[in-house]
Design a binder for this molecule. Structure first.
Ligand SMILES: Cc1ncc(COP(=O)(O)O)c(C=O)c1O
Length: 390
């Protein structure tokens, strides 16, 4: 079979193998600790299920939704966007409901970039963005960030990386995989620079509501003059615990949203309608719910950092939001071999840093989203054993 070489050149999702092994070990009765998946173990607000149960006999719920999403949900999301991101999106033309932030990002990338285009990604990067770019024949260009400077990209580095082929920049803030949050002044400077250069920013706001310092983090969508250049993708997978329902959104200039609708119609058609119905009921409580998730994650983050330091593993930048900690393991050059050993011998699943692109090597990504604090401490002890320090 003749395959698309761009897709063949795209990495396979790194979690496939780890998940299969972790599940096999658990089925064999091993006490596996899952630090691999970016999942949160908090159930959605009760209003989500209550509304769905009440509406399930309604034939409409089982139909397609309009491609851009239920109009009343888009109106509610525009309100949410204003409160959460300081954005002023027109729900009729500048916002659509998507099957999660990932589908939104893929559709945006397809509409914004083409073969040969370069797109800047602070690295280590979120592998799905790099995968999407590679699959469409564009080039993800790493902006290497320095762990000693908290993995924050500098405006100078962004400026230096721009070439005539550069089309845009992707910002994930708070970040996956590093867990850091870019300071507001950096977001502002980078946004101003990118706008001045006539480029776009894809702002992945999956963890925006889970920034530990609170809900005032600056979004590129709030930078004056950036409304023509910023595309925001948002998620409810973590902040509302709705990962399996596949519902999120994309917001940006009307001209872009119009093009994205072509991708939407020829791929998913619409985000699952049942998920949209439930989300509409859950949205009024969304920010309060996210605050509870945030508090829990912060507590786990604190416990994990203490436990790691207690066993002599201190090669990380303090996570400032979301659910990840990126741990340097100097001397371990083969992250994959290390993570396989960690899983097979210590029954701890973590993701090799090398899966997150340039600058990710000799590290692992730890998710603390779905593991209670006492189990995180146990995981740190096992990790130290695997590293050979206990
Ligand atoms: C940065 C980032 N964007 C998007 C997603 C996927 O979000 P969704 O489930 O809304 O597609 C994730 C999930 O881990 C993520 O870390």
């Amino acid at each position: 079979m003749r395959l698309n070489p761009n897709v063949v050149a795209t990495e396979l999702p790194p979690l496939l193998e780890l998940t299969a092994t972790a599940e096999r070990l658990a089925a064999e009765g091993r006490d596996v600790i899952r630090l691999d998946q970016g999942a949160v173990d908090v159930p959605p607000p009760p209003a989500f299920a209550a509304r769905l149960v009440a509406r399930l006999a309604d034939p409409d719920v089982h139909e397609y939704a309009p491609d851009p999403g239920l109009p009343e949900l888009r109106t509610a999301l525009a309100r949410h966007g204003h409160e959460a991101f300081g954005a002023a999106w027109d729900p009729a033309e500048e916002l659509i409901v998507t099957a999660g932030a990932n589908q939104a990002a893929f559709a945006a990338i397809l509409a914004l970039a083409g073969p040969g285009d370069e797109v800047l990604l602070p690295a280590p990067w979120y592998f799905n963005h790099a995968m999407a770019l590679t699959a469409i024949g564009a080039r993800p260009v790493p902006l290497r960030t320095d762990p000693d400077r908290g993995f924050v990209p500098t405006p100078d580095a962004v400026a230096a990386a721009i070439t005539p082929r550069t089309r845009g920049l992707v910002l994930v803030n708070p970040n996956n995989p590093t867990g850091v949050r870019y300071p507001d002044h950096v977001v502002r400077q980078v946004t101003e620079l990118v706008v001045a250069e006539g480029l776009w920013i894809l702002a992945d706001q999956t963890y925006h509501e889970l920034a530990f310092e609170g809900g005032t983090a600056l979004s590129p969508a709030a930078v004056p003059g950036a409304d023509r250049s910023v595309v925001t993708v948002g998620s409810f997978s973590k902040s509302l615990g709705l990962a399996g329902w596949r519902v999120g959104f994309l917001a940006g200039p009307a001209e872009l949203v119009r093009e994205v609708l072509k991708v939407q119609d020829s791929s998913v058609i619409c985000a699952p309608r049942a998920a949209q119905v439930g989300l509409l009921a859950a949205l009024p409580d969304a920010r309060a719910h996210a605050a509870k998730v945030r508090a829990l994650l912060r507590e786990r983050r604190d416990r994990l950092m203490t436990a790691l330091r207690d066993v002599g593993l201190d090669g990380f930048a303090e996570p400032r939001g979301g659910l990840f900690l990126f741990l340097a393991l100097p001397g371990h050059t083969d992250d994959w071999a290390f993570c396989r050993r960690l899983l097979e011998r210590e029954w701890v699943a973590a993701v090799p840093g090398a899966a997150f692109g340039p600058g990710g090597g000799s590290s692992i990504r730890i998710s603390f989203g779905s593991t209670p604090a006492d189990r995180l401490a146990e995981a740190a002890r096992r990790l130290a054993r695997a590293v050979g320090r206990l």
